[in-house]
Design a binder for this molecule. Sequence first.
Ligand SMILES: NC(=O)c1ccc[n+]([C@@H]2O[C@H](COP(=O)([O-])OP(=O)(O)OC[C@H]3O[C@@H](n4cnc5c(N)ncnc54)[C@H](O)[C@@H]3O)[C@@H](O)[C@H]2O)c1
Length: 332
Amino acid sequence: MLDIFKNFGVEKMKVLITDEISASALEIMKSSGLELDVKVGLKEDELISLAPNYDAFVIRSGVKITAKILESGANGKLKIIGRAGVGVDNVDKDSAKALGIVVENTPFGNTNAAAEQTLALMMLTARPNYLACKSMKEGKWDRKSFEGTELKAKTLGLIGFGNVGKKVAKVAQSLEMNVLVYDPFLADEKFKELNVTKAELNEIYTKSDYITVHVPLTDKTKNMISDEQFDKMKNGVRILNVARGGVINENALLTALNNGKVASAGLDVYSEEPPLNKELIMHNNVICTPHLGASTIEAQENVGLEVAEQMVLALNKKEVKNCVNGLSKLKE
Ligand SMILES: NC(=O)c1ccc[n+]([C@@H]2O[C@H](COP(=O)([O-])OP(=O)(O)OC[C@H]3O[C@@H](n4cnc5c(N)ncnc54)[C@H](O)[C@@H]3O)[C@@H](O)[C@H]2O)c1
């Protein structure tokens, strides 16, 4: 394939890879005749000057694609951004749309990993095994300080019933939890299909023993759980966020942990990453991981392959798949 392009003097499409991506994903794009440059850790000004030279970017969450970068790219060849993963809050999608630049994501590849991370954190908020492990490694044998609670028969309030939310609900049901779901964008059949109870937000807050968010970060979902919502919750509620930092207001969460309203919280994502709210991270009842929801071997391979295949489809065949900014065609 490479030789064909060389021999006929066809200019190859150029793709800038801005984050780590699997070797097999790179191979798919290369063997389809795309020219790749892998440059990880670029700053905004570097991306602005590089952008016009590329037809496409392949990104993960390590870069922020701003309007300035997109404008610079649009003055050159840039026509598509492919995100290996789900969350596209690091791309200015509206500016991209206005400039005719397609933004695609890979909605399925890391669903399972994010759901399993949520369940792992939920189990740790129920039983302080992380503290027990730490204590044993310090040479202690303490069987009194780490009593936990069970998930069975507890109510899980789930906000956002997309790919990750559905998987979390399914496993929670197998643990005999009662699952309440709030997602205003889904038809009633979807709730029935998975045999979960459709609920209003107020019910989620007042009835749940565990609350987990699985929504994108938007103007509507930013700070959707703050002081007012914590006030409505049961005393001793447990809170999980493996979706996006900022959906739960971190200062309000810290207050609720300090006054005992929230018994424990499992956090994978933060409004600033790395997180600035050190008091929250250091809180004894907070189990925190550094945005590892999609960090499994399987998920990285999946999203890499998905984005590579979509990139080949878009650049070689002009087919747009999983576009998240409302464009159906690639510009010439
Ligand atoms: N921690 C990680 O590494 C990691 C990995 C994968 C996904 N995520 C994040 O998890 C979240 C869910 O991912 P997904 O793949 O399930 O996405 P999805 O698009 O499949 O589902 C999102 C759901 O949220 C619903 N929703 C949107 N706005 C809402 C609102 N205001 N109230 C209630 N529901 C609302 C949508 O209707 C949709 O059903 C996203 O924020 C994604 O970025 C994080």
